[in-house]
Design a protein around this ligand. Sequence first.
Ligand code: KIV
Ligand code: ZN
Length: 434
Amino acid sequence: KYKRNYFMPPVPCTDWVNKEYIDHPPIWCSVDLRDGNQALIIPMSLEEKIDYFKYLVDVGFKEIEVGFPAASETEYEFLRTLIEQDLIPDDVTIQVLTQAREHIIKKTFEALEGCKHSIVHLYNSTSRQQREQVFKKSKEEILQLAVDGAKMLNDLSKETPGNFQFEYSPESFTGTEVDYACDVCNAVLDVWQPTAENKVIINLPVTVELSLPHVYASQIEYMSKHLKYRDNVILSLHPHNDRGCGVADTELGLLAGADRVEGTLFGNGERTGNVDIITLALNMYTHGVDPKLDFSNLPELCEAYERDTRMHVYERQPYSGALVFAAFSGSHQDAIAKGMKMARESEDHHWDVPYLTINPEDLGRQYDKDVIRINSQSGKGGIGFILEHNYGFNLPKKMRDHMRNLVKNVSDHGHRELQPEEVYEIFNDHYVNK
Ligand code: KIV
Ligand code: ZN
């Protein structure tokens, strides 16, 4: 087993960098079963949700948003099944979404009866667009809506047995004036009065990605500095990916002071998706930080995702895509084969291989199927690697040159990729059975 690569070029840290994030993972919350599910062409069935929930638990999520139980019968039934069939491990907290309306909040608490640990996630939209066009309410009225909802959560949590933590999201935060968003959050915090024993989560969604990532990071820094009760507040990020920068938003947001991330596996979610937690976690891993999520069998997770959501994992999706470690071209194959040889022979087996930021085997991928792939672009390094790695033949240089020409010829004429067995067959035909 290779150790992961601990090498990272020195980075100048600016003053606002939250150095905690450089060494520690944030709190992860999966919203696959709520935000991810609500964006599917065919939402998951009860059985599919249960199957997927088990995978999320196995990956190591300790906080899982399971739905909006007051909004749909399936979501209500799903939560009841998790509770009644005792499917929630003791160290996993269930999160549910609710709007700031009395009958919805009541139904939410009803759905949670018997749940040992839960986060009740209250949201209302605060952006200028939504205030003016959708709700036709003033800033004061929207703030009051949040405060009224927060009070209802206080009252109903006292009547329902269980351990409740509260979360508030000013939905469409990125389209909201930041000082006003801060006033709304502070008004909610005044109602909830967070303590060290019962911290409150303030979640700041990039409901729609509207700006460059550093703008979001500046908004997070502002909130982190101006929120009341900051020591007892868990500052959470919830980026969507409309401009394709969800990962950058999150990483900069964490550097700017956030403590927690809501996202999904493979970036499923509304429109262009929620931020992909696999990418975030494995970006940390490549820097030598244990993300405390287990992606050591990514191919199996991909299969479960494709089966339960009917979505497809894009071939070039970072870390998870079928082609993200593949090297077809001769020069890349040569460099990888040499790097891997050095890694094998090095004393501490550290991972420092050109073109591969991570050891694909750490994610359950295979060198011969996922990394060195053979077509007409391939070189003698790649062909030599396949023959040595799979069949134990260490070819001399001249033979490698010859084999390269033979393989190139077959692949060129067939206009297709060759499997390792076919490379071996060519070798056999020309050198062994001749
Ligand atoms: O994207 C969003 O704003 C949401 C909220 C409900 C948190 O999903
Ligand atoms: Zn969302």
